[in-house]
Design a binder for this molecule. Structure first.
Ligand code: SF4
Length: 234
């Protein structure tokens, strides 16, 4: 019998095709909740504005890199009003290492200006208002609402959520809006922020893009293997 390899693992038990996807999603949630008892964003933040800034800077950049940039960012511009009046080139210089720095600087300054002009200097607390801010789409808005305000308005879909939702057979779609639409009914509203954190953490540690650790020879199999159709990997 050939040895198992990460590229061709044999599930411990065959996936039950009759098991409704929501029931399977709930099993997956429970297993990940046991693995990650205190889920939270990897980005450092102290309030809704600092989470919005950090999330915007994290586009196409690692959280670790962003966490090295935000201390200087908030030293120079501690509040929203400070950034609204900041010199654009100075912002560009500070966020340069996160990539796409011109767009990020422009959008963050525009977001700060709009918050000052329209929302009284406070980060708004609704999806409809948040997505009017420069550079803020549903993903960033969901993260700010869920993790800074404790409001479960949707599920933030980033590259990890996209990949894992597909491999786990929770969606057949590959674009963020449709994936979020598919995921929402599979989880209870209070689970929405946490399932994002779980999939991001598990995507980094186990189910990574290039070499998912489904059934490594030198370690226990993935804890989701029994419940995962491994879509796109066979
Ligand atoms: Fe493999 Fe990822 Fe499925 Fe785990 S969740 S079995 S690592 S594809």
């Amino acid at each position: 019998m050939p040895a198992k390899s990460p590229k061709n693992p044999t599930p411990a038990k065959p996936l039950n095709p009759a098991k409704p996807v929501r029931a399977r999603a709930q099993v997956i949630f429970a297993l990940l909740a046991a693995r990650y008892p205190a889920p939270a964003p990897m980005l450092h933040f102290t309030n809704p504005w600092s989470l919005l800034v950090a999330t915007a800077l994290a586009a196409q950049c690692t959280d670790a890199r962003v966490n090295t940039v935000t201390p200087e960012f908030f030293r120079r511009w501690p509040g929203i009003a400070d950034l609204a009046q900041a010199d654009l080139q100075e912002i560009e210089a500070v966020v340069h290492s996160t990539g796409f720095y011109r767009n990020k600087a422009k959008n963050l300054k525009a977001a700060a200006q709009r918050i000052m002009a329209v929302y009284g200097g406070e980060v708004p607390r609704t999806m409809a208002e948040l997505i009017t801010l420069g550079g803020v789409a549903r993903k960033t808005a969901n993260i700010v609402l869920g993790s800074a305000f404790g409001i479960n308005e949707g599920i933030a879909v980033d590259t990890h959520v996209t990949r894992l939702a597909f491999r786990l057979g929770l969606t057949k779609n590959t674009d963020a809006v449709r994936i979020e639409r598919d995921l929402l009914p599979l989880f209870d509203r209070p689970q929405w922020a946490d399932i994002n954190h779980f999939l991001v953490l598990f995507g980094r540690e186990v189910c990574n893009a290039r070499s998912p650790k489904c059934a490594p020879q030198d370690a226990p199999p993935c804890l989701l293997l029994e419940h995962c159709p491994r879509k796109g990997l066979k």
